[in-house]
Design a protein around this ligand. Structure first.
Ligand code: PFF
Length: 456
């Protein structure tokens, strides 16, 4: 195929492993923690519809573009962008797209790790029987007590960063390949079990109606739905690009992208179907915010047969899902340090991990001592905490912007011959992809941006 580069970091053993690793990156807190709570905050049905449209029309084409760019460049996103811009005889400033991705990954991981820490702490709380027979108020106060304690949050955040660094330092192949193969199907199984419990609450249809009945939505809601499509598929920051750089040249990209997006979407919808019936059955508020799953699922675990065991396993798997995502958030930066600074993987992982941990302190404090310290975000007219600001800036601005430029690069900057050769798919799929990334995706992202700032 098009070039004879090889990645200095190694290659996945098979296409299936690549799909599992990319699915491991995609399926994470975004699906189980974030999707339900932002759906709740933005009114349900229409939000879900916009999100699904964004996955199909923007997410899948950009995922194909990212995998393709990564595989062609075979280096960290920063060096890949530089190499491909040069190969196509284009402006070297495209390297900035790689840098923005690395920055976004770093900022996302800083708060992602804190939330993953909540999930870790819930493993022990569930195991200790804390939720047996718990009421909605009880679950709520257990959650509030956790997040008001900065020391405890800090301890869990530290532990999560350490385990993330440990895997990345060893190289992705050995640990991650094995872990995702075993764990992703299990997570899926446990989620199904909770959905079955949710069906028994008598409020299942209320949950479904909330998820799928259209209602009003504003420009900001649409922006959040689109941002989430990027976040949940790990797009716009080079995570999928760097995983693509470890993919062998023989494998089909289109099929892989569709499978990854499908698996990710099914997990998110299942999470919604598990959580909303429990919310309604217990008279809880769907717009409760980031604590939503931590205040609802324990109620289910506290009341179902074998709930302690299922609950423990569920939170363990949630931690694993977060872990496989966290690794992909830091990998682009680590790969770059190894390539350009000559650092060992271990040194690169520890130093980047340390800075990420440090920035994470801002999120730890956002839920307690800095709860009232807020910033007003331009165009949003809302006061946000440090955590909310990071989340808003990365998911709703940096990732869509990164995705927009990736689409422009793949469809307008790279020669048609290069992309056709790299994607090597059926002519009709190639044509459809090209129309989508060339016109529809950039237009959609721009319209949503303009709508969100009230310009249209
Ligand atoms: N996709 C992950 C999730 O849904 O939890 C989060 C994520 C991972 C975002 C990697 C971006 C990324 F590059």
């Amino acid at each position: 195929m098009g070039n004879n580069r090889t990645s200095i970091h190694g290659q996945w053993t098979s296409r299936t492993v690549f799909i599992l690793a990319a699915t491991g990156s995609a399926v994470g807190l975004g699906n189980i923690w974030k999707f339900p709570y932002i759906t709740g905050e933005n009114g349900g049905g229409t939000f879900v519809l916009v999100y699904l449209l964004c996955i199909a029309l923007i997410g899948i084409p950009i995922m194909m573009a990212e995998i393709m760019i990564g595989r062609r460049g075979k280096q960290s996103p920063i060096n890949t962008m530089a190499a491909l811009a040069k190969e196509e005889r284009r402006n070297p400033s495209w390297v900035w797209l790689g840098w923005m991705g690395v920055a976004a990954g770093f900022l996302i991981l800083s708060y992602y790790s804190v939330i993953a820490g909540w999930a870790m702490s819930y493993v022990f709380r569930t195991a200790g029987g804390m939720f047996l027979g718990v009421t909605a108020d009880g679950a709520n106060s257990i959650f509030t007590e956790l997040v008001s304690d900065p020391e405890r949050l800090l301890a869990w955040h530290t532990i999560f960063m350490v385990i993330t660094i440990m895997v990345v330092a060893r190289g992705v192949k050995d640990g991650i390949e094995k872990a995702v193969t075993l764990l992703m199907p299990l997570l899926f199984g446990f989620l199904l079990l909770i959905v079955i419990y949710a069906m028994s609450t008598g409020y299942f249809m209320d949950g479904i109606r909330f998820l799928f009945t259209p209602g009003p939505i504003d420009g900001k809601g649409i922006l959040i739905a689109m941002g989430h499509a990027f976040f949940t598929l790990s797009l716009g920051m080079g995570a999928i690009m760097v995983y693509g750089s470890y993919l062998s040249d023989q494998h089909s990209i289109a099929q892989a992208a569709i499978l990854i997006a499908l698996a990710d979407t099914v997990v998110a919808l299942l999470a919604g179907m598990a959580i909303f019936p429990i919310v309604f059955a217990n008279g809880l508020e769907p717009g409760a915010g980031p604590g939503l799953i931590f205040q609802t699922l324990p109620i289910a675990f506290g009341h179902m047969d074998g709930g302690t065991l299922i609950g423990v396993m569920f939170f363990v798997l949630l931690v694993f899902a977060a872990w496989t995502s966290a690794i992909s958030l830091i990998e682009p930066a680590v790969a770059y340090m190894v390539e350009n600074k000559g650092y060992s993987r271990i040194y690169a992982s520890i130093s980047i991990g340390f800075f990420t941990w440090f920035v994470g302190l801002g999120t730890v404090f956002s839920f307690n001592i800095w709860k009232d310290k807020t910033l007003t975000i331009p165009f949003l007219f809302e006061k946000l905490t440090f955590f909310d600001t990071l989340d808003y800036l990365t998911a709703n601005i940096m990732l869509p912007l990164g995705g927009l430029f990736i689409a422009i690069f793949a469809a307008w900057v790279m020669r048609e011959q290069s992309t056709r050769e790299e994607l090597a798919t059926f002519p009709i799929i190639y044509k459809l992809w090209r129309v989508l990334v060339r016109y529809i995706t950039p237009l959609a992202v721009m319209v949503v941006f303009l709508k969100a700032v009230g310009a249209i």
